[in-house]
Design a protein around this ligand. Structure first.
Ligand SMILES: CCC1=C(C)/C(=C/C2=NC(=C\c3[nH]c(/C=C4\NC(=O)[C@H](C)[C@H]4CC)c(C)c3CCC(=O)O)/C(CCC(=O)O)=C2C)NC1=O
Length: 169
């Protein structure tokens, strides 16, 4: 599992190079956002249950067919599994925010997910929507606490969205 620093060092070490100007700029911007990343993760941590709950309500409000007979989140068990998945996406997004790198998402979340979702008929479009709703809520909450320059928040959510979408689940 890599973070922004170990990823960068790995890339330079592969070709035996010293850190050049690009590397230094990347490192500077990572460290410059470091405190804000930690604070944003803190906002997520202390509101995680509410964020997942609210995102679930919005998702099922937008796409009520998911929780009707025949929908993939129909029945209490599958409804709970859906919210649990949302909780996974949120928790791993918070790790990726702190790491400044999406490697943890590849390794712990996205690996093998396509096969699982395929075999269970979990629809990718609504899953992607659920992740985007959580992104919107996190953005609102982080902005409300006055954390500056938190544009990095989108990154892990958009990455998971892109991977789920492109994989054509
Ligand atoms: C940490 C990494 C990780 C991920 C990501 C993960 C996902 C994951 N989601 C699953 C199921 C599921 N996932 C969903 C999710 C949804 N259905 C919908 O209609 C919505 C669009 C969506 C919620 C947003 C549902 C309903 C199931 C149960 C499907 C079934 O058993 O029929 C399963 C099958 C096993 C189980 O039910 O526990 C896995 C492995 N597990 C992991 O360990």
């Amino acid at each position: 599992m890599r973070d922004a620093v170990t990823s960068l060092i790995r890339n330079y070490d592969i070709t035996g190079r010293y850190l050049d100007r690009n590397a230094v700029d990347d490192l500077k911007s990572y460290f410059a956002t470091g405190m804000a990343r930690v604070q944003a993760a803190g906002v997520i941590n202390s509101n995680a249950a509410a964020i997942v709950k609210q995102a679930g309500l919005r998702l099922f409000d937008e796409l009520p067919e998911l929780i009707r007979p025949g929908g993939n989140a129909y029945t209490t068990r599958r409804y709970a599994a859906c919210l649990r998945d949302m909780d996974y996406y949120l928790r791993y997004a918070s790790y990726a925010l702190v790491a400044g790198d999406t490697d943890v998402l590849d390794e712990r979340v996205l690996e093998g997910l396509r096969e699982t979702y395929n075999s269970l008929g979990v629809p990718s479009g609504p899953t992607v929507r659920g992740i985007q709703i959580m992104k919107e809520i996190v953005r609102e909450q982080v902005a409300a606490t006055g954390i500056e320059g938190a544009s990095f928040i989108d990154q892990p959510f958009d990455y998971m969205t892109r991977e789920l979408g492109e994989n054509d689940l």
